[in-house]
Design a protein around this ligand. Structure first.
Ligand SMILES: Nc1ncnc2c1ncn2[C@@H]1O[C@H](COP(=O)(O)OP(=O)(O)O)[C@@H](O)[C@H]1O
Ligand SMILES: [Ca+2]
Length: 492
């Protein structure tokens, strides 16, 4: 009996020692693995893009881990600054002052980006439809506006890479790149999402379509090779079909008679504002001539009827002829829609305000009908903090968006739910700027980068379980092969 107890004690001691040693070994192994592979103190690089839109300019600052320039490191937006005042194209009267408007946002960028990174931080400015229209009207004025912003940007401490008017194709295609980059669809090579961008002066539609887009309409075809995958993109930018220019087109339709007042179904009952004919007809988008009347202004009166408004809006599109196999509107080729779609910028601002970001097309129509019919005084009372220009126009803008998406792009009740109205994806704004910078800095490689077979967390977990298994096997060996144990069994 005493021999048995002695044997047992020795056995327990050995088990305890082996367990402690085993656990210590596993902890040491896993800690070493974690520490060895722990990323070094993260350092970031930065890039700045100015989006000089028709209504305003915004400065976006992006950052990405320094050691992952064109690898898997995610570029993300860290800050955005809204430039005070209107877009740079509105400085056509005093072009020299366009640059000065950017100064305070540029100072903000200087204070946010570490001093040591200033010199190597690329800085771009891309101007969109407002400047395209100004260039159409007066190339010399648009050049002077660009020189003025160039002067200010060149004097900043960043690595200035140029200010230019980007093309509608670029605006559409880079919006698509941004949305798909941020939702991580490019690296996975999985299905992509189309992009719908509504600005003040133009609107863009981009989605992956069949390769024959290039055969039917080369100007609408863009190809990308990203992370080892080829993408054939259909893209089109409709100049003059941003929501501010679309409103001018709709008002021009309704003021052709030259009357002193216009009863507009796209504005709330009780709304009444005097507008100059010049403000409607001065845009190069408005082809119809100013009516031959002596008066300078008309009273814009709201009638608040969304279905009548949709009829007014429909008249600004031309559906009469199409020289391709199929068209959206204004004789522009459009292949069959391939969803899903992300709709951003003013698509989001308007639909979010109207609470129409979810639900069926029919319910959106009904909600809009109710909203448009509400008196203007009531709307103003309910939203004292919303800019009055936006507030007055939401009924028009909502009706325009429904008409553009259904009559224009051919979305139906069935495909309506393919559209997601989005502002940001993983903290970064949806828009063309990120895609533009990724492209110009070659940050999306054409081929897929080599990655280790296992992510870091997976590697540590695997290591842990293998160690545990080894320890268990050791324990089993010891349990069955220990000589004392055998002799004990014999004695009993
Ligand atoms: N909160 C908001 N509510 C409604 N509309 C908005 C809001 N913020 C911005 N917008 C509108 O979004 C549009 C942005 O267009 P912008 O990018 O300036 O022009 P473009 O892309 O055509 O050059 C403008 O029509 C602007 O009035
Ligand atoms: Ca824009």
């Amino acid at each position: 009996m005493s021999c048995q107890t002695k044997g047992k004690n020795a056995w327990y001691k050995a088990v305890i020692i082996i367990t402690v040693l085993g656990i210590t070994a596993i902890v040491a192994l896993v800690t070493t693995a974690v520490l060895q592979n722990k990323p070094l103190l993260q350092k970031y690089k930065y890039g700045i893009v100015l989006d000089a839109g028709s209504s305003h300019t915004a400065v976006y600052i992006y950052e990405w881990p320094a050691e992952k320039d064109n690898d898997t490191g995610r570029v993300q937006q860290t800050h955005s600054c809204k430039v005070q005042g209107a877009g740079i194209s509105s400085y056509s009267v005093f072009p020299g002052q366009a640059g000065a408007s950017l100064k305070s946002c540029m100072k903000e960028a200087e204070s946010l980006i570490p001093l040591s990174r200033h010199l190597e931080t690329p800085l771009y400015l891309g101007a969109t439809a407002g400047m395209r229209l100004l260039r159409m009207e007066n190339q010399s004025l648009s050049d002077q506006v660009l020189w003025s912003v160039e002067e200010v940007l060149q004097s900043s401490p960043f690595s200035y890479q140029g200010a230019r008017i980007i093309t509608g194709q670029e605006e559409g295609a880079f919006g698509w790149v941004t949305v798909n980059y941020l939702s991580d669809r490019l690296k996975q090579g999985s299905g992509t999402t189309g992009a719908l961008d509504l600005g003040g002066a133009s609107t863009q539609i981009s989605f992956v379509a069949n390769q024959d887009v290039a055969e039917e309409s080369a100007e609408n075809a863009v190809t990308f090779r990203l992370y080892g995958n080829d993408y054939f993109l259909y893209t089109h930018s409709f100049l003059c079909y941003g929501k501010d220019q679309a409103l001018k087109l709709a008002l021009a339709q309704q003021t052709q008679s030259g009357d002193s007042s216009v009863l507009d179904p796209c504005f709330h009952p009780g709304y009444s504002v005097d507008r100059s004919y010049f403000s409607v007809y001065s845009s190069p988008c408005v082809m119809a001539g100013k009516p031959l009347v002596s008066r300078d202004s008309f009273t814009h009166v709201g009638a608040g009827n969304a279905s009548l408004c949709q009829e007014v809006v429909r008249r600004i599109f031309n559906f009469s002829s199409c020289s391709f196999s199929r068209c959206s509107f204004n004789r522009v080729y459009q292949p069959p829609l391939q969803g899903p779609f992300g709709a951003f910028s003013a698509f989001y601002f308007v639909m979010n305000f109207l609470n129409l970001t979810s639900g069926s097309l029919e319910s959106s129509r009904e909600k809009l009908e109710r909203y448009c019919s509400r008196p203007w005084t009531q709307i103003k009372q309910q939203h004292p903090d919303v800019k009055e220009k936006y507030l007055a126009e939401y009924c028009f803008s909502g009706s325009y968006i429904l008409s553009l998406l259904t009559d224009g792009y051919n979305f139906t009740s069935d495909t309506w739910t393919d559209i997601t109205f989005i502002k940001k994806i993983s903290g970064s704004d949806a828009g063309w700027t990120l895609g533009y910078m990724l492209n110009l800095t070659n940050m999306i490689p054409a081929e897929a980068p080599d990655t280790p077979p296992l992510p870091h967390a997976g590697y540590v977990t695997l290591l842990f379980f293998i160690s545990l298994l080894l320890f268990f096997l050791l324990f089993l060996c010891f349990r069955f092969l220990w000589p004392h144990r055998n002799s004990q069994t014999q004695m009993i």
